[in-house]
Design a protein around this ligand. Structure first.
Ligand code: HEM
Length: 123
C-alpha cells in the first residue's frame, strides 16, 4: 500500500519523478527543452511543499512563465494533469496526495482561463 506524502523528501521524489523525462514527452517535451533544471526543480519542490504542508515556502508568481509559452493548448494541460495524477498515484495515497491532485486541477483551470483556452460554460 502506498503511503501519503509525509516529508520534504517525498515532495522531492514526486517532483523528480514528474519532471524526469518530461523533455522527451511527445506532447509536452518542447515546452521544457530550455528549462534551467537546477533552478526549476527547487522552485517546484517549494511550490508543492507549500501546497501539501501549507508552509508558505513558495512565494513566486506561478502563472508568469506560462504566459510566455507559445502554442499551449487545452490538450497540453490534459496531458500535464494526466502525467501528474499518474505520478502521484504510482507513489502516494492519502489526503495530501489528494490535495496535490486537486490543486493541480484547480491551477490548471485557472491558467487555462487566463490563457483564454477555457471559458465557463464551454465543454
Ligand atoms: C501544459 C501545462 C504546463 C506546461 C507546459 C508548463 C511548463 C512550465 C515551464 C516551461 C515553466 C518554466 C520553467 C523555467 O524555465 O523555470 C513552468 C513553471 C512553473 N509551473 Fe508550469 N507548466 C504547465 C502546467 C502547470 C500547472 C498545472 C502547474 C501547477 C499546478 C504549474 C506550476 C508551475 C510553477 C509553480 C512554476 C514556477 C513558477 C515560478 O517561477 O515561480 N505548471 N511551467
Amino acid at each position: 500500500m502506498p503511503t501519503d506524502i509525509e516529508t520534504e523528501a517525498d515532495v522531492r521524489a514526486l517532483v523528480a519523478a514528474f519532471y524526469g523525462g518530461i523533455a522527451e514527452d511527445p506532447d509536452l517535451g518542447s515546452f521544457f527543452r530550455d528549462v534551467d533544471w537546477a533552478a526549476h526543480l527547487p522552485t517546484m519542490v517549494a511550490f508543492w511543499s507549500s501546497v501539501v504542508f501549507q508552509t508558505g515556502a513558495y512565494r513566486g508568481r506561478p502563472f508568469a512563465p506560462h504566459a510566455r509559452l507559445v502554442g499551449l493548448e487545452r490538450r497540453h494541460f490534459d496531458r500535464w494533469l494526466d502525467r501528474f495524477r499518474r505520478t502521484v498515484d504510482a507513489r502516494f495515497a492519502g489526503p495530501r496526495a489528494d490535495l496535490a491532485k486537486a490543486r493541480a486541477e484547480q491551477v490548471a483551470g485557472v491558467f487555462q482561463v487566463k490563457l483564454g483556452l477555457w471559458k465557463v460554460g464551454t465543454v
